[in-house]
Design a protein around this ligand. Sequence first.
Ligand SMILES: N[C@@H](CCC(=O)N[C@@H](CS)C(=O)NCC(=O)O)C(=O)O
Length: 317
Amino acid sequence: MTPRDKALFAALFLFLPVIAVGFDWALGTTLLALVVLLAVAWFITLRSLARRRQSPDYELETITMSHFAEKVRWCLDVLGVEYRENTWIGTLGAFYLGRTVPKLSFQTGAVRSSIGNSAEILRYLWGANSDDPAAAFLAPSEERAALEKQIDRAGVSLQIWVYYHILDDKAVALRSWGADDERVPAWQRFMIRLLFPVQRFLIRKSFRINDSSYQRSCHFIDEFLADIDTRVSDGRKSILGDAEPNYTDYAFAAIMGLWLQPQHYGGELGFRSHIEDAMRPRDMQNDIARWREDHPKAVAFVESLYADRLIREAQQA
Ligand SMILES: N[C@@H](CCC(=O)N[C@@H](CS)C(=O)NCC(=O)O)C(=O)O
């Protein structure tokens, strides 16, 4: 069963009592409806087992705008494997299904397995492809793992930074969550508009969005950018000084892409709901201008990786 099927069935099971009461069904009719639902769910499970060979190697579950999904997407692109992207609306999956994105699914023997959390996904991709020379950029080391931790922490700080700025602007928040993204199923785009106040409340609470968390996040991002700015100021191709970029460089660019919004953000399959500069709240624009000005080498590093990505994808097309 695909995640979408699972969500649909979960909703149907959840609403069955309401439907039964609404239509004044007798107990027998309600039980019959329940049996039919279970039978259909079973049929879909069997069918998906039989059809497993038709699935692409990898399926990546994402939302419209996710820098952690971008990190994995970029590595899949560099690895050169085939994958399909399933784009969900932002926040619904997290708060109603308890899953985060990115989530990667793949065939393991007779079953399809999946794994969440970008760092673990990259470790899996390395483990599964380590005999392929094209996967060398994914090889982990102590130094890379330490840098990745910092990058991911900056990713969380950026989530707080984004939400601090956009939650009071419904149009921008809805667009960031994918309300205008045609790849997202229409029912999810409808639900996010309906549930907007609830989602906003849940996000505020779970990320503890307030003045001091915003200040702390900005401080961390600033310090981290300053550190990277110094490291790459000698024109190196990789933050850790390797001859070629590795996964930590793509991860850094992907995570910082959230605020830099390079033209090619999301690569071939990613972000399609651009937020124009002028649409961003004024204070957000000010932070961006300040980071750009204070950390020009780090910004140039990200932009050059995105430019290379564009060239590489044009060559592959
Ligand atoms: N540590 C996780 C963080 C993932 C995360 O926070 N993802 C956000 C999007 S950037 C998410 O899942 N949001 C849930 C949703 O919007 O449904 C990772 O590295 O994958």
